[in-house]
Design a protein around this ligand. Structure first.
Ligand code: MG
Length: 481
């Protein structure tokens, strides 16, 4: 039994011993809430990293990050194109649900609705500092900028780096490309010389943000506009990979990851920060040597085959995410927002979303299973093109594109896709990762089971291919002018 003196001594000690960190305590007492850094590349393919099988060039920082954390082999985006994919990441909902399709251009009035709760708003309402650097692509008007969707600060591009007056095929189609700070142009006309600096400029902002907010919980979203064409690296990094400009670009992204991880280590934040790294869609294959690799997967960006929608995913949080974990259960970008919300005790969005808490997968809990009965892949103007359930991938009849048999692009100029008619196609991804052997005729019972799940989704989010309305679709924002 403790004596009154011991109890008094303990009370004095607990009142006077300083906390081990200067971090402000959140009002609800959740002292161990992690910081979160999300790194979301543009058009990086499934096979572009050493830890996902790339051998032509090195990605030492990402490989180390995977060795110290987790690698998800079956991680998906919502759609194989930029804006749609970003809308899904940031809302935790299929892009189709929040009304954002395709890749928004400089002339559109469409942007992410302010009725949606973004990942940044979820963190912000939980008391986090929030920042972003890189490509936004969810509305380019000032009122549609990230700083009006929950980010305290933003440095980046409003849309893709090829939507500029130097486009290799449509130079007359685009206005000057601005670099935005907050919601206003910091540089009105991004030149090629400035493009060369963007990857490191955005990484520098991430490092600076982490240092400024080391004493409070923070969320940073780094969205490099690379390796989306046009490709650029700093002059001193040209030729560094030994594998052409594309390899040089990936090395520079790898450097950015290394800079963030070393900053976290130097600031003593390693064990209280979750870092995740992934991509918005598969490689842009028509660009040949300026496009990435889908590795063993079929097709790439702009298709709903695995090469379009399955992306590399690496997560690191020492002490929480087991080192060397290889997670083969399916998960998706839509799961990150609800997972983070559960992790920090934040409020999930009030409006319905599609993502689910995947902490058991991330933390490597024994026998953890994907919480999704199925994942669905909409593309274009509301077409439900494909779905994944267990080992099964089902594609519905639709028109897509392929580079098979076509002359490849090169040097930053794309080759020409040819149309490809997709039939009703069923693949067993456990046995046939490359989607080469259509089992639809052999396994009608599997097709029927998955069709039933698809019909349930069609009743909610519609489907242009089967002319189903989507009563649960929410409208995007449209600027007034
Ligand atoms: Mg993209």
């Amino acid at each position: 039994m403790k004596s009154p003196l011991m109890i008094l001594a303990a009370a004095i000690l607990s009142a006077t011993v300083p906390a081990t960190s200067g971090r402000a305590q959140p009002p609800d007492g959740k002292a161990d809430r992690p910081n979160v850094v999300v790194i979301f590349c543009d058009d990086m393919g499934y096979g572009d990293l050493g830890c996902f099988g790339q051998t032509r060039y090195a990605t030492p920082n990402l490989d180390r990050m995977a060795a110290e954390g987790a690698r998800f082999t079956d991680f998906y985006v919502s759609s194989a194109v930029c804006s749609a994919s970003r809308a899904a990441l940031l809302t935790g909902a299929y892009h189709e649900r929040v009304g954002i399709q395709g890749a928004l251009g400089p002339k559109t009035k469409v942007g992410l609705s302010h009725d949606e709760t973004t990942m940044a708003e979820m963190f912000k309402s939980a008391g986090y500092a929030t920042g972003m650097a890189g490509k936004w692509h969810l509305g380019y008007r000032p009122s549609q900028a990230p700083v009006h969707h929950g980010f305290d600060e933003f440095l980046g591009l409003p849309y893709s780096g090829d939507m500029w007056p130097h486009h290799p095929e449509r130079p007359e189609g685009y206005p000057k490309l601005p670099l935005i700070e907050g919601d206003q142009p910091a540089i009105a006309d991004v030149t090629a010389e400035i493009q060369k600096t963007l990857t490191s400029r955005f990484a520098d902002r991430a490092v600076d943000f982490i240092k400024r907010h080391k004493d409070e919980p923070f969320f940073f979203y780094l969205a490099p506009n690379m390796p989306h064409v046009p490709l650029f690296v700093r002059d001193e990094n040209a030729g560094r990979s030994g594998a052409g400009l594309y390899g040089d670009v990936i090395r520079e992204i790898d450097d950015a990851v290394g800079a963030i991880l070393s900053t976290l280590r130097a600031e003593g934040l390693d064990e209280r920060t979750l870092v995740v790294f992934t991509s918005d869609n598969g490689p842009w294959l028509s660009y040949g040597d300026h496009g990435g690799s889908a590795g063993p997967l079929r097709e790439g960006k702009g298709t709903s085959y695995e090469g379009g929608v399955r992306v590399p995913f690496v997560a690191r949080w020492p002490g929480k995410v087991p080192a060397g974990l290889v997670q083969r259960q399916p998960a998706a970008t839509i799961d990150l927002l609800p997972t983070f919300a559960a992790m920090i005790g934040g409020h999930p969005p009030a409006l319905p979303i599609d993502g689910l808490d995947v902490r058991p997968l991330l933390f490597g809990e024994p026998d953890a299973r994907s919480p999704h009965e199925a994942l669905f892949f909409y593309y274009g103007d509301g077409e439900l093109q494909a779905m994944r359930s267990g080992p099964w991938k089902l594609l519905f009849p639709h028109a897509t594109r392929t580079m098979n048999g076509q002359a490849p692009g090169g040097g930053g100029v794309p080759g020409k896709y040819r149309p490809l008619a997709v039939g009703l196609e069923l693949y067993d991804l456990d046995a046939d990762l490359g989607e080469t052997h259509n089992l639809a005729a052999d396994r009608p019972e599997v097709v029927a089971q998955l069709q039933g799940m698809a019909d349930s989704m069609r009743a909610r989010l519609g489907d242009r291919l089967t002319k189903a309305d989507g009563p649960e679709i929410r409208p995007a924002a449209t600027a007034a002018d």
